[in-house]
Design a protein around this ligand. Structure first.
Ligand code: ADP
Ligand code: ASP
Ligand code: MG
Length: 464
């Protein structure tokens, strides 16, 4: 059997304008010359936000905002299309048809005053539907045998609008029918990320940042030989470059390390991306779409052996919920009761720490906090603290060297820590502290373990 295709995913900034799309075409051409390629694209940068604003504006029948928003949207896509695929009358027509459909949809949103998650998904999907048309046309203009595939034909999902989950059997069947033949014919399939559809064809999305996940889902269904995430940074960095200025690329990560980092805030990878890759043991690469000289981060099952820490991650503005009950003392069933409340309120917990009489948890989504507090208050005392942050040091090395955790905590001694946790996987050390201290703590930790001239912590892995 010949090796599977490479899936190349390009994020919003990597398709932001004609210049970026020109670079994309070069990358796809390079891949197509070597092997078979499938392309997954995000919406043009900023467009998903614009679409969601338009959906909100439509419900308050803000006609002027709606009309100008739609015109702006159409003009931006037309301008990019004209430069990326000059003279393609078909593309101009396709964009006009998509915009007309969007206008009708927004009109219906205004009439029904309905911006439910289902409607918001239908509106948000236009970003990727439009960008994939432009990118497919740009590839064709450059002479590539590109075929655009509507993501709703292949990415079959649950009906959990706003955070839909892939239905593996249905995706496999749809990919076999609509994608594999294109790949087998030596053509380049181009599709939109983030967007899917239920088995009855209703448009869904995988949640913000979901195009990475789309690429991994399709990659697994295609038995891809590699999943490439092309973005605006050089790879997975040793910390969030928006918080720490002296970061450098982490050349190698294990699947587990990448998962932990993505889960705890490394936005460069959607937290679910690794799952499908693991299921088929497909290497994932994170690459800078502005560069043509290799590099990047390679994520595989193998754990880089000689390194203590891989990288740091940070989740800002989270909420801590303290649940105290003197009755908890030796009472079995208490934790079950607590977690059932979170389940009923559909709120997921990130970090947990317990003592004999209390349990502290962190939550990212505080939208159902009132209901949570009300239910918990029926059997415990509840205290809430907003504006906290989770700081997480990740590395398979933590499993090998028990002293590392102590060193991490020691280096944070000047910061009051609200919670401390190390899970059974012993792949991360996680602390919770005031959000106002997060940036300083992150920089301090980074300086201690990743500064290039620091030999003691020796994160040679960071020396790309
Ligand atoms: P794309 O549009 O290509 O999907 P994203 O904005 O979703 O790109 O993700 C890339 C961004 O993730 C970077 O610009 C960076 O600001 C942020 N980021 C946060 N943590 C990290 C990290 N550890 N390594 C790299 N980037 C990170
Ligand atoms: N366009 C979507 C978003 O902005 C999905 C993505 O870019 O991954 O969230
Ligand atoms: Mg992203």
């Amino acid at each position: 059997m010949s090796p599977g295709p490479v899936v190349l995913k390009f994020g919003g900034t990597s398709v932001a304008d004609a210049e970026a799309i020109g670079r994309l075409v070069r990358h796809v051409t390079n891949a197509h010359q070597r092997t078979r390629a499938v392309v997954v694209v995000s919406a043009l940068s900023g467009i998903t936000d614009r679409l969601l604003h338009l959906a909100a504006a439509a419900t308050v029948t803000d006609d002027a905002a709606l009309a100008s928003g739609l015109t702006e949207l159409q003009e931006r896509h037309e301008a990019v299309a004209q430069l990326a695929a000059p003279g393609s009358a078909e593309l101009v027509q396709e964009i006009a048809a998509e915009i007309a459909e969007l206008r009708n949809l927004l009109h219906a949103v205004g009439t029904l005053k309905d911006a439910s998650p289902r409607t918001r998904d239908a509106v948000a999907a236009f970003g990727e539907l439009l960008s994939s048309r432009i990118v497919a046309a740009a590839c064709q203009t450059a002479g590539l045998p590109a075929v655009r595939v509507d993501p709703r034909r292949v990415l079959i999902t649950s009906d959990a609008f706003g955070c839909a989950l892939p239905l593996t059997d249905e995706v496999n069947a749809a990919v076999a029918e609509h994608l594999r033949p294109i790949v087998a014919a030596g053509q380049v399939a181009v599709t939109g990320g983030y967007v899917g559809a239920t088995t009855s064809g209703v448009t869904t999305t995988l949640g913000r940042g979901g195009s990475d996940y789309s690429a991994a889902i399709l990659g697994a269904a295609l038995d891809a030989s590699e999943i490439q995430i092309w973005t605006d940074v050089d790879g997975m960095m040793t910390a969030d470059p928006r918080i720490v200025s002296s970061t450098h690329v982490v050349p190698r990560l294990s699947f587990e390390e990448a998962s932990e980092l993505a889960y705890f805030g490394a936005k460069v990878l959607h937290p679910s991306t690794i799952l499908p890759a693991v299921s088929k043991n497909i290497p994932v690469k994170i690459l800078n779409s502005r560069r043509f000289d290799g590099g990047g981060t390679l994520i595989t099952a193998a754990s880089p052996v000689d390194e203590p820490l891989a990288a740091l991650a940070c989740k800002r503005h989270i909420t801590v919920v303290d649940i105290t009950s003197t009755r908890m003392l030796m009472a079995h069933g208490f934790l079950r009761r607590v977690f059932e409340v979170f389940e009923r309120c559909r709120t997921s917990i990130d970090v947990v720490s317990t003592s004999e009489v209390s349990i502290s948890v962190t939550i990212d989504d505080a939208s159902r906090l009132d209901a949570l507090v009300e239910e918990l208050s029926a059997f415990a005392e509840v205290r809430i603290e907003h504006d906290m942050a989770i700081l997480c040091a990740v590395g398979d090395g933590l499993r090998r060297d028990p002293r590392l955790a102590t060193r991490i905590l020691g280096s944070l001694e000047q910061f009051p820590l609200r919670m401390v946790s190390q899970a059974a996987s012993r792949r991360n050390v996680t602390v919770v502290l005031q959000d106002s201290a997060a940036a300083e703590a992150m920089n301090h930790l980074h300086e201690t373990f990743f500064a290039r001239d620091v030999a003691v912590s020796g994160s040679a892995r960071g020396r790309a």
